[in-house]
Design a protein around this ligand. Structure first.
Ligand SMILES: *[C@@H]1O[C@H](CO)[C@@H](O)[C@H](O)[C@H]1NC(C)=O
Ligand SMILES: *[C@@H]1O[C@H](CO)[C@@H](O)[C@H](O)[C@H]1NC(C)=O
Ligand SMILES: *[C@@H]1O[C@H](CO)[C@@H](O)[C@H](O)[C@H]1NC(C)=O
Ligand SMILES: *[C@@H]1O[C@H](CO)[C@@H](O)[C@H](O)[C@H]1NC(C)=O
Ligand SMILES: *[C@@H]1O[C@H](CO)[C@@H](O)[C@H](O)[C@H]1NC(C)=O
Length: 294
């Protein structure tokens, strides 16, 4: 009897507790849903028009430079494209690298370690492109190979790709410097883009497999020519160039409509570029940043 009465008196209490819980959950959802939609979901992969993987070929030991490039690309994005920036190197050779790079992967998840030994002109680029279809869990519309001494502006880069074909594409800065014909002859290693079907072709064709020794950018052009591939070619001059004074006719002054500036070898050059393109202009003044100049 006593137990029953207890249950009867408890029931309304339990019911109202349940109501409170439901109310809290419901409220929580209502408050959070609009936030989620506006900040995270709206501009996520689903609404972006295409995807781009930027592989920056660098060396495992270049920790400080990688940290700097993470800042440079971590503060950029484009509403048009899902852009993933990853650092690419060959197999590790030191115990210390295995530890430090494991930490980087845990923290940033932006590293690709290829099965090759570190080299510039002995097949790293071939290994990069030909491995991607096997090692990535998703494909991209476009894949870029970029140097680690180039400054890329992701927003104009994405805008320039948006109207271009998604297949049979080879995009970059055509060499020789004075050439305005994207078929004469190949795209500079500063940063060139291939559509995903070209990446798959590189992975499967004998033509690149047999021709991996030499300047990597020139080789890529030769593979595509020999395979009669990449009928869509775009050389983005003057938006891509070498830093003023660094490389003859491949260099010119910084211009507002820039996509890539290459051959940034010294801090003063990086600083000039960061200033010119107002990279830090979003920074708001605060009492926390004593003496920081704007
Ligand atoms: C989402 O992209 C649009 C342009 O498509 C832009 O106006 C808006 O500011 C972006 N929102 C966020 C939260 O990044
Ligand atoms: C890595 O490359 C070496 C030499 O090219 C090859 O013999 C080996 O099978 C490769 N390993 C894997 C896991 O692909
Ligand atoms: C590194 O790559 C080279 C070349 O592909 C391969 O021969 C070698 O076995 C690799 N070393 C390790 C430790 O995986
Ligand atoms: C690639 O090399 C192999 C072995 O040397 C040869 O059999 C094949 O014909 C070559 N393929 C091309 C496309 O050059
Ligand atoms: C940087 O900001 C200044 C001042 O607002 C502006 O005049 C200039 O055009 C900007 N530069 C670029 C490349 O957008």
């Amino acid at each position: 009897m006593n137990q029953k009465r207890l249950v009867f008196t408890m029931l309304p209490l339990m019911a109202s507790a349940l109501l409170v819980v439901i109310f809290i959950i419901f409220n929580h959802l209502c408050v959070n849903t609009p936030l989620l939609t506006s900040s995270n979901v709206q501009n996520s992969t689903s609404t972006k028009q295409f995807s781009l993987l930027i592989g920056i070929l660098t060396r495992a030991d270049n920790y400080a430079h990688r940290h700097f490039l993470r800042l440079i690309y971590g503060i950029q994005s484009s509403p048009l494209a899902q852009i993933d920036v990853k650092f690419v190197f060959c197999n590790l050779t030191k115990q210390e690298q295995r530890v430090l790079i494991s930490l980087e992967i845990l923290r940033f998840n932006d590293i690709i370690i290829l099965n090759c030994s570190e080299n510039m002109n002995f097949g790293k680029t071939y290994t990069y492109f030909s491995s991607l279809p096997h090692i990535l869990s998703q494909s991209y519309d476009y894949v870029m190979k970029a140097d680690d001494d180039v400054f890329l502006r992701l927003m104009p880069l994405a805008s320039s790709l948006q109207p271009l074909p998604r297949s049979d594409l080879y995009y970059g800065f055509v060499i020789p410097c004075q050439s305005m014909n994207p078929f004469v002859s190949y795209m500079s290693g500063m940063g060139y883009i291939l559509s995903w079907d070209m990446v798959e072709w590189i992975a499967n064709s004998d033509i690149p497999r047999n021709d991996t020794i030499g300047p990597e950018d020139k080789l890529v052009g030769r593979w595509l020519d020999r395979g009669r591939k990449a009928r869509n070619r775009f050389s983005n001059k003057p938006a891509m160039y070498d830093y003023p004074g660094m490389n003859g006719r491949c260099s010119h002054e910084l211009i507002p409509d820039t996509i890539a500036v290459h051959r940034l070898k010294r801090w003063d050059q990086w600083l000039a570029v960061i200033r010119y393109f107002n990279v830090t202009k979003e920074l708001k003044s605060s009492k926390l940043y004593h003496g920081l100049d704007f």
